[in-house]
Write a protein that binds this ligand. Sequence first.
Ligand SMILES: Cc1cc2nc3c(=O)[nH]c(=O)nc-3n(C[C@H](O)[C@H](O)[C@H](O)COP(=O)(O)OP(=O)(O)OC[C@H]3O[C@@H](n4cnc5c(N)ncnc54)[C@H](O)[C@@H]3O)c2cc1C
Length: 369
Amino acid sequence: MNVDAREYDVIIIGSRVAGSILASLLGEAGYRVLVLDRSTFPSDTLSTHFFRAPALRAFDQIGALDEILATAPRLTVNFNVIDGIVFPEPVDRPEDYPYYMCVRRVTLDAILVRRARLFADLREGAIATDLLQEEGRIVGVRWRGSDDEEEAMARVVVGADGLYSFVAKQVEPETEHIEAVHRIMYYAYFRGVPANEGPAAEFHYEGNSLAYCIPCDNNLTLLAASVPVERFAEFKRDPEGELLRELEAMPEIRARLTDAQREGPVFGSGNIPGYLRIPYGNGWALVGDAAMVMDPWSGQGIDQASTHASILARYLGEFLSGESEWENAMQTYHAERNEFSQKIYRRTCKFGADLRPMTRAALAKRGLI
Ligand SMILES: Cc1cc2nc3c(=O)[nH]c(=O)nc-3n(C[C@H](O)[C@H](O)[C@H](O)COP(=O)(O)OP(=O)(O)OC[C@H]3O[C@@H](n4cnc5c(N)ncnc54)[C@H](O)[C@@H]3O)c2cc1C
Protein backbone atom coordinates (compact mmCIF):
# COMPACT_ATOMS: atom_id res chain seq x y z
CA MET A 1 0.00 0.00 0.00
CA ASN A 2 1.22 3.52 -0.78
CA VAL A 3 1.97 5.10 2.62
CA ASP A 4 0.24 8.33 1.59
CA ALA A 5 -3.00 6.43 1.02
CA ARG A 6 -3.37 4.98 4.53
CA GLU A 7 -6.74 5.29 6.27
CA TYR A 8 -5.32 7.76 8.78
CA ASP A 9 -2.38 10.10 8.81
CA VAL A 10 -1.82 9.52 12.52
CA ILE A 11 -3.11 7.05 15.11
CA ILE A 12 -2.65 8.26 18.68
CA ILE A 13 -2.91 5.83 21.59
CA GLY A 14 -3.98 7.69 24.73
CA SER A 15 -6.28 10.69 24.90
CA ARG A 16 -5.56 12.56 28.08
CA VAL A 17 -3.18 15.55 28.23
CA ALA A 18 -0.64 14.65 25.52
CA GLY A 19 -2.97 12.66 23.24
CA SER A 20 -5.90 15.08 23.17
CA ILE A 21 -3.71 18.12 22.57
CA LEU A 22 -1.82 16.39 19.77
CA ALA A 23 -5.06 15.13 18.20
CA SER A 24 -6.68 18.57 18.36
CA LEU A 25 -3.72 20.32 16.74
CA LEU A 26 -3.23 17.77 13.95
CA GLY A 27 -6.96 17.34 13.34
CA GLU A 28 -7.56 21.05 13.16
CA ALA A 29 -4.70 21.32 10.66
CA GLY A 30 -6.68 18.95 8.43
CA TYR A 31 -4.92 15.63 9.07
CA ARG A 32 -6.93 12.42 9.50
CA VAL A 33 -6.44 11.39 13.12
CA LEU A 34 -7.66 8.33 15.02
CA VAL A 35 -7.38 8.38 18.83
CA LEU A 36 -7.77 5.24 20.96
CA ASP A 37 -8.10 5.20 24.72
CA ARG A 38 -8.83 2.26 26.97
CA SER A 39 -10.60 4.63 29.38
CA THR A 40 -14.02 6.15 28.94
CA PHE A 41 -14.55 9.81 29.82
CA PRO A 42 -15.10 11.59 32.12
CA SER A 43 -12.76 9.55 34.30
CA ASP A 44 -10.03 10.15 36.83
CA THR A 45 -6.37 9.21 36.74
CA LEU A 46 -3.68 9.41 39.43
CA SER A 47 -2.46 13.00 39.53
CA THR A 48 -2.38 16.05 41.78
CA HIS A 49 -2.94 18.07 38.58
CA PHE A 50 -1.24 21.34 39.42
CA PHE A 51 -0.04 23.27 36.33
CA ARG A 52 1.33 26.58 35.13
CA ALA A 53 1.92 28.76 32.06
CA PRO A 54 3.25 26.07 29.67
CA ALA A 55 0.07 23.99 30.03
CA LEU A 56 -2.14 27.10 29.84
CA ARG A 57 -0.45 28.09 26.57
CA ALA A 58 -1.11 24.65 25.08
CA PHE A 59 -4.75 24.73 26.25
CA ASP A 60 -5.08 28.12 24.56
CA GLN A 61 -3.57 26.72 21.37
CA ILE A 62 -6.35 24.12 21.11
CA GLY A 63 -9.12 26.56 22.07
CA ALA A 64 -9.83 24.94 25.46
CA LEU A 65 -8.42 27.66 27.71
CA ASP A 66 -11.60 29.58 28.55
CA GLU A 67 -13.45 26.43 29.54
CA ILE A 68 -10.55 25.33 31.75
CA LEU A 69 -10.17 28.78 33.36
CA ALA A 70 -13.85 28.69 34.29
CA THR A 71 -13.43 25.50 36.36
CA ALA A 72 -11.15 26.62 39.20
CA PRO A 73 -9.53 29.66 40.85
CA ARG A 74 -6.44 31.31 39.38
CA LEU A 75 -3.76 30.86 42.01
CA THR A 76 -1.89 34.15 42.08
CA VAL A 77 0.19 33.58 45.23
CA ASN A 78 2.98 31.07 45.74
CA PHE A 79 2.75 30.43 49.50
CA ASN A 80 5.93 28.76 50.77
CA VAL A 81 6.67 27.54 54.27
CA ILE A 82 10.14 26.11 54.81
CA ASP A 83 10.89 24.65 58.24
CA GLY A 84 8.54 27.16 59.87
CA ILE A 85 9.64 30.20 57.82
CA VAL A 86 6.66 31.58 55.89
CA PHE A 87 7.20 33.61 52.72
CA PRO A 88 4.29 34.12 50.34
CA GLU A 89 5.24 35.57 46.95
CA PRO A 90 3.06 36.79 44.10
CA VAL A 91 3.14 34.72 40.92
CA ASP A 92 4.11 37.64 38.67
CA ARG A 93 5.84 35.78 35.88
CA PRO A 94 5.50 34.98 33.05
CA GLU A 95 3.52 38.00 31.93
CA ASP A 96 1.06 36.04 29.81
CA TYR A 97 -0.02 33.67 32.62
CA PRO A 98 0.94 35.07 36.07
CA TYR A 99 -0.94 32.34 37.96
CA TYR A 100 -1.14 28.58 38.48
CA MET A 101 -4.16 26.30 38.35
CA CYS A 102 -5.22 22.99 39.85
CA VAL A 103 -8.04 21.15 38.08
CA ARG A 104 -8.97 17.56 38.89
CA ARG A 105 -8.25 15.24 36.02
CA VAL A 106 -11.85 14.06 35.85
CA THR A 107 -12.70 17.65 34.88
CA LEU A 108 -9.60 18.64 32.89
CA ASP A 109 -9.32 15.51 30.75
CA ALA A 110 -13.04 15.60 29.87
CA ILE A 111 -12.58 19.11 28.44
CA LEU A 112 -9.51 18.06 26.47
CA VAL A 113 -11.20 14.94 25.13
CA ARG A 114 -14.27 16.95 24.07
CA ARG A 115 -11.97 19.29 22.16
CA ALA A 116 -10.10 16.42 20.46
CA ARG A 117 -13.37 14.81 19.45
CA LEU A 118 -14.19 17.88 17.32
CA PHE A 119 -11.18 17.21 15.12
CA ALA A 120 -10.44 13.48 15.38
CA ASP A 121 -12.08 10.08 15.28
CA LEU A 122 -11.90 9.29 19.01
CA ARG A 123 -12.72 5.81 20.33
CA GLU A 124 -13.15 5.28 24.06
CA GLY A 125 -12.88 1.86 25.70
CA ALA A 126 -10.47 0.84 22.94
CA ILE A 127 -7.42 -1.09 24.18
CA ALA A 128 -4.46 -1.15 21.80
CA THR A 129 -3.18 -4.73 21.70
CA ASP A 130 -0.77 -4.88 18.73
CA LEU A 131 1.31 -2.60 16.57
CA LEU A 132 1.25 -3.56 12.89
CA GLN A 133 4.55 -3.56 11.02
CA GLU A 134 5.69 -3.63 7.41
CA GLU A 135 9.36 -3.98 6.57
CA GLY A 136 10.43 -2.85 10.04
CA ARG A 137 8.19 0.23 10.06
CA ILE A 138 5.20 0.64 12.38
CA VAL A 139 2.21 1.13 10.09
CA GLY A 140 -0.90 0.55 12.18
CA VAL A 141 -2.62 -0.58 15.34
CA ARG A 142 -4.91 -3.43 16.33
CA TRP A 143 -7.24 -2.83 19.27
CA ARG A 144 -9.99 -4.47 21.25
CA GLY A 145 -13.21 -2.50 21.63
CA SER A 146 -16.45 -3.39 23.38
CA ASP A 147 -17.54 -5.73 20.56
CA ASP A 148 -14.64 -6.95 18.55
CA GLU A 149 -11.05 -6.60 17.43
CA GLU A 150 -10.37 -3.88 14.88
CA GLU A 151 -7.31 -2.52 13.14
CA ALA A 152 -6.35 0.58 11.19
CA MET A 153 -3.33 1.76 9.23
CA ALA A 154 -1.62 5.14 9.44
CA ARG A 155 1.49 6.95 8.29
CA VAL A 156 2.53 7.49 11.94
CA VAL A 157 1.58 5.82 15.23
CA VAL A 158 2.00 7.87 18.41
CA GLY A 159 2.14 6.52 21.96
CA ALA A 160 0.56 9.12 24.25
CA ASP A 161 -0.25 6.27 26.58
CA GLY A 162 1.39 7.28 29.80
CA LEU A 163 3.73 5.78 32.35
CA TYR A 164 3.01 2.15 31.44
CA SER A 165 3.07 2.91 27.70
CA PHE A 166 2.01 -0.03 25.58
CA VAL A 167 3.71 1.55 22.53
CA ALA A 168 7.02 1.95 24.39
CA LYS A 169 6.88 -1.70 25.46
CA GLN A 170 6.47 -2.73 21.82
CA VAL A 171 9.08 -0.45 20.23
CA GLU A 172 11.61 -0.58 23.11
CA PRO A 173 13.04 2.95 22.74
CA GLU A 174 16.54 3.77 23.90
CA THR A 175 16.67 5.56 27.22
CA GLU A 176 18.73 8.74 27.68
CA HIS A 177 18.47 8.78 31.46
CA ILE A 178 16.88 6.72 34.23
CA GLU A 179 16.39 7.86 37.83
CA ALA A 180 15.48 5.57 40.70
CA VAL A 181 12.25 6.08 42.67
CA HIS A 182 12.99 8.52 45.51
CA ARG A 183 9.61 9.62 46.80
CA ILE A 184 5.95 8.71 47.21
CA MET A 185 2.95 11.01 46.76
CA TYR A 186 -0.40 10.59 48.55
CA TYR A 187 -3.37 12.93 48.29
CA ALA A 188 -7.05 13.49 48.97
CA TYR A 189 -9.72 16.17 48.46
CA PHE A 190 -11.23 18.14 51.33
CA ARG A 191 -14.13 20.53 51.66
CA GLY A 192 -14.10 23.42 54.11
CA VAL A 193 -10.37 24.20 54.22
CA PRO A 194 -10.06 28.00 54.65
CA ALA A 195 -8.00 29.33 51.71
CA ASN A 196 -4.96 31.49 52.18
CA GLU A 197 -5.15 34.84 50.47
CA GLY A 198 -4.44 34.98 46.77
CA PRO A 199 -5.90 32.43 46.34
CA ALA A 200 -2.63 30.65 46.99
CA ALA A 201 -0.92 27.44 45.98
CA GLU A 202 0.74 26.35 49.21
CA PHE A 203 3.97 24.36 49.58
CA HIS A 204 4.91 23.35 53.13
CA TYR A 205 8.39 21.89 53.56
CA GLU A 206 9.66 20.20 56.73
CA GLY A 207 13.05 18.63 56.24
CA ASN A 208 12.73 16.22 53.32
CA SER A 209 8.90 16.18 53.41
CA LEU A 210 6.61 18.40 51.37
CA ALA A 211 2.87 18.96 51.83
CA TYR A 212 0.61 20.76 49.36
CA CYS A 213 -2.60 22.65 50.03
CA ILE A 214 -4.14 23.83 46.76
CA PRO A 215 -7.68 24.99 45.95
CA CYS A 216 -9.03 23.21 42.89
CA ASP A 217 -12.29 22.84 40.94
CA ASN A 218 -15.69 22.00 42.49
CA ASN A 219 -14.78 24.10 45.59
CA LEU A 220 -12.47 21.35 46.80
CA THR A 221 -8.98 21.66 48.23
CA LEU A 222 -6.28 19.22 47.25
CA LEU A 223 -4.14 18.17 50.22
CA ALA A 224 -1.12 16.08 49.35
CA ALA A 225 2.18 14.87 50.76
CA SER A 226 5.43 13.90 49.07
CA VAL A 227 7.77 11.99 51.38
CA PRO A 228 10.82 9.71 50.92
CA VAL A 229 10.10 6.29 49.40
CA GLU A 230 11.37 4.57 52.56
CA ARG A 231 7.94 5.38 54.03
CA PHE A 232 6.00 3.58 51.27
CA ALA A 233 5.24 0.51 53.43
CA GLU A 234 3.75 2.71 56.20
CA PHE A 235 1.57 4.61 53.73
CA LYS A 236 0.36 1.42 52.04
CA ARG A 237 -0.64 0.02 55.43
CA ASP A 238 -2.53 3.13 56.55
CA PRO A 239 -2.89 5.74 53.76
CA GLU A 240 -5.55 7.84 55.57
CA GLY A 241 -3.67 7.90 58.88
CA GLU A 242 -0.25 8.60 57.35
CA LEU A 243 -1.53 11.36 55.05
CA LEU A 244 -3.33 13.04 57.95
CA ARG A 245 -0.27 12.74 60.21
CA GLU A 246 1.88 14.30 57.51
CA LEU A 247 -0.57 17.19 56.99
CA GLU A 248 -0.97 17.79 60.71
CA ALA A 249 2.81 17.99 61.07
CA MET A 250 2.64 21.23 59.08
CA PRO A 251 1.49 23.94 61.55
CA GLU A 252 0.09 26.24 58.83
CA ILE A 253 -2.12 23.39 57.56
CA ARG A 254 -3.05 21.79 60.89
CA ALA A 255 -4.87 24.91 62.09
CA ARG A 256 -7.19 24.77 59.06
CA LEU A 257 -8.12 21.09 59.20
CA THR A 258 -10.42 21.37 62.22
CA ASP A 259 -13.65 21.87 60.26
CA ALA A 260 -12.51 20.26 57.01
CA GLN A 261 -14.21 17.12 55.64
CA ARG A 262 -12.41 14.66 53.40
CA GLU A 263 -14.38 13.89 50.24
CA GLY A 264 -13.55 10.55 48.64
CA PRO A 265 -10.66 8.16 49.22
CA VAL A 266 -6.95 8.78 49.68
CA PHE A 267 -5.00 8.16 46.46
CA GLY A 268 -1.30 7.51 46.19
CA SER A 269 1.63 6.19 44.31
CA GLY A 270 5.10 5.07 45.26
CA ASN A 271 6.56 3.76 42.04
CA ILE A 272 7.26 6.79 39.84
CA PRO A 273 10.84 6.74 38.59
CA GLY A 274 12.45 9.27 36.24
CA TYR A 275 13.18 8.46 32.61
CA LEU A 276 13.98 10.31 29.44
CA ARG A 277 13.46 8.23 26.30
CA ILE A 278 14.45 8.77 22.67
CA PRO A 279 10.93 9.71 21.54
CA TYR A 280 10.76 8.40 17.98
CA GLY A 281 11.73 5.60 15.61
CA ASN A 282 10.62 4.03 12.38
CA GLY A 283 6.99 5.10 11.94
CA TRP A 284 6.37 5.81 15.64
CA ALA A 285 6.73 8.61 18.16
CA LEU A 286 6.19 8.87 21.91
CA VAL A 287 4.89 11.92 23.75
CA GLY A 288 4.02 12.91 27.33
CA ASP A 289 4.66 10.38 30.10
CA ALA A 290 5.26 7.68 27.49
CA ALA A 291 8.48 9.52 26.58
CA MET A 292 9.51 11.32 29.77
CA VAL A 293 8.56 10.93 33.42
CA MET A 294 9.79 12.67 36.52
CA ASP A 295 8.85 12.37 40.19
CA PRO A 296 5.55 14.21 40.74
CA TRP A 297 6.91 16.25 43.68
CA SER A 298 7.70 19.14 41.28
CA GLY A 299 4.23 19.06 39.64
CA GLN A 300 5.64 19.22 36.13
CA GLY A 301 3.93 16.39 34.23
CA ILE A 302 1.05 18.36 32.70
CA ASP A 303 3.22 21.34 31.72
CA GLN A 304 5.64 18.92 30.11
CA ALA A 305 3.15 16.59 28.38
CA SER A 306 1.14 19.49 26.94
CA THR A 307 4.22 21.34 25.65
CA HIS A 308 5.73 18.18 24.16
CA ALA A 309 2.44 17.49 22.36
CA SER A 310 2.50 20.97 20.89
CA ILE A 311 6.12 20.55 19.71
CA LEU A 312 5.36 17.11 18.25
CA ALA A 313 2.30 18.46 16.40
CA ARG A 314 4.46 21.08 14.68
CA TYR A 315 7.06 18.58 13.44
CA LEU A 316 4.60 15.83 12.57
CA GLY A 317 2.82 18.50 10.52
CA GLU A 318 6.06 19.24 8.68
CA PHE A 319 6.50 15.55 7.93
CA LEU A 320 2.91 14.91 6.89
CA SER A 321 2.83 17.95 4.60
CA GLY A 322 6.03 16.83 2.88
CA GLU A 323 7.99 19.85 4.11
CA SER A 324 10.47 17.65 6.08
CA GLU A 325 11.80 14.12 5.90
CA TRP A 326 10.79 11.88 8.84
CA GLU A 327 14.26 11.76 10.40
CA ASN A 328 14.79 15.53 10.23
CA ALA A 329 11.36 16.29 11.63
CA MET A 330 11.70 13.86 14.52
CA GLN A 331 15.29 14.85 15.33
CA THR A 332 14.06 18.41 15.75
CA TYR A 333 11.14 17.27 17.90
CA HIS A 334 13.56 15.35 20.12
CA ALA A 335 15.99 18.29 20.38
CA GLU A 336 13.27 20.83 21.19
CA ARG A 337 11.69 18.52 23.75
CA ASN A 338 15.03 18.16 25.52
CA GLU A 339 15.74 21.87 25.32
CA PHE A 340 12.41 22.59 27.00
CA SER A 341 12.66 19.85 29.62
CA GLN A 342 16.16 18.79 30.50
CA LYS A 343 16.89 21.44 33.13
CA ILE A 344 13.69 20.85 35.11
CA TYR A 345 14.02 17.08 34.63
CA ARG A 346 17.54 17.10 36.16
CA ARG A 347 16.43 19.41 38.96
CA THR A 348 13.42 17.23 39.78
CA CYS A 349 15.59 14.10 39.87
CA LYS A 350 18.32 15.74 41.96
CA PHE A 351 16.10 17.29 44.63
CA GLY A 352 13.69 14.36 44.59
CA ALA A 353 16.46 12.48 46.38
CA ASP A 354 16.66 15.23 49.03
CA LEU A 355 14.71 18.50 49.04
CA ARG A 356 16.84 20.15 51.72
CA PRO A 357 19.68 21.59 49.58
CA MET A 358 16.97 23.26 47.45
CA THR A 359 14.99 24.68 50.39
CA ARG A 360 18.19 25.90 52.13
CA ALA A 361 19.23 27.69 48.93
CA ALA A 362 15.73 29.25 48.59
CA LEU A 363 15.93 30.64 52.15
CA ALA A 364 19.52 31.86 51.67
CA LYS A 365 18.63 33.59 48.39
CA ARG A 366 15.93 35.59 50.20
CA GLY A 367 18.16 36.40 53.19
CA LEU A 368 15.92 34.32 55.47
CA ILE A 369 18.78 32.28 56.97
C1 LIG B 1 0.59 10.82 42.23
C2 LIG B 1 0.84 11.70 41.04
C3 LIG B 1 0.75 13.08 41.18
C4 LIG B 1 0.98 13.92 40.08
N1 LIG B 1 0.88 15.25 40.24
C5 LIG B 1 1.07 16.09 39.21
C6 LIG B 1 0.92 17.50 39.35
O1 LIG B 1 0.61 18.03 40.42
N2 LIG B 1 1.12 18.28 38.25
C7 LIG B 1 1.47 17.75 37.06
O2 LIG B 1 1.64 18.51 36.12
N3 LIG B 1 1.61 16.42 36.90
C8 LIG B 1 1.43 15.58 37.93
N4 LIG B 1 1.56 14.24 37.75
C9 LIG B 1 1.99 13.74 36.45
C10 LIG B 1 0.87 13.82 35.41
O3 LIG B 1 -0.28 13.21 35.91
C11 LIG B 1 1.33 13.15 34.12
O4 LIG B 1 2.58 13.70 33.74
C12 LIG B 1 0.32 13.34 32.99
O5 LIG B 1 -0.87 12.65 33.28
C13 LIG B 1 0.87 12.81 31.67
O6 LIG B 1 -0.14 12.89 30.69
P1 LIG B 1 -0.14 11.89 29.45
O7 LIG B 1 -1.23 12.37 28.56
O8 LIG B 1 1.23 11.75 28.91
O9 LIG B 1 -0.50 10.45 30.05
P2 LIG B 1 -1.74 9.95 30.91
O10 LIG B 1 -2.45 11.07 31.54
O11 LIG B 1 -1.23 8.85 31.77
O12 LIG B 1 -2.73 9.33 29.79
C14 LIG B 1 -2.42 8.13 29.14
C15 LIG B 1 -3.69 7.55 28.54
O13 LIG B 1 -3.32 6.41 27.74
C16 LIG B 1 -4.31 5.43 27.86
N5 LIG B 1 -3.73 4.10 27.53
C17 LIG B 1 -2.69 3.49 28.13
N6 LIG B 1 -2.46 2.28 27.55
C18 LIG B 1 -3.39 2.15 26.55
C19 LIG B 1 -3.67 1.14 25.59
N7 LIG B 1 -2.95 0.00 25.51
N8 LIG B 1 -4.69 1.35 24.75
C20 LIG B 1 -5.45 2.47 24.79
N9 LIG B 1 -5.21 3.47 25.67
C21 LIG B 1 -4.20 3.31 26.54
C22 LIG B 1 -4.74 5.51 29.32
O14 LIG B 1 -6.04 4.98 29.49
C23 LIG B 1 -4.67 7.03 29.58
O15 LIG B 1 -5.95 7.63 29.42
C24 LIG B 1 1.33 13.36 38.82
C25 LIG B 1 1.43 11.97 38.69
C26 LIG B 1 1.18 11.15 39.77
C27 LIG B 1 1.27 9.67 39.60
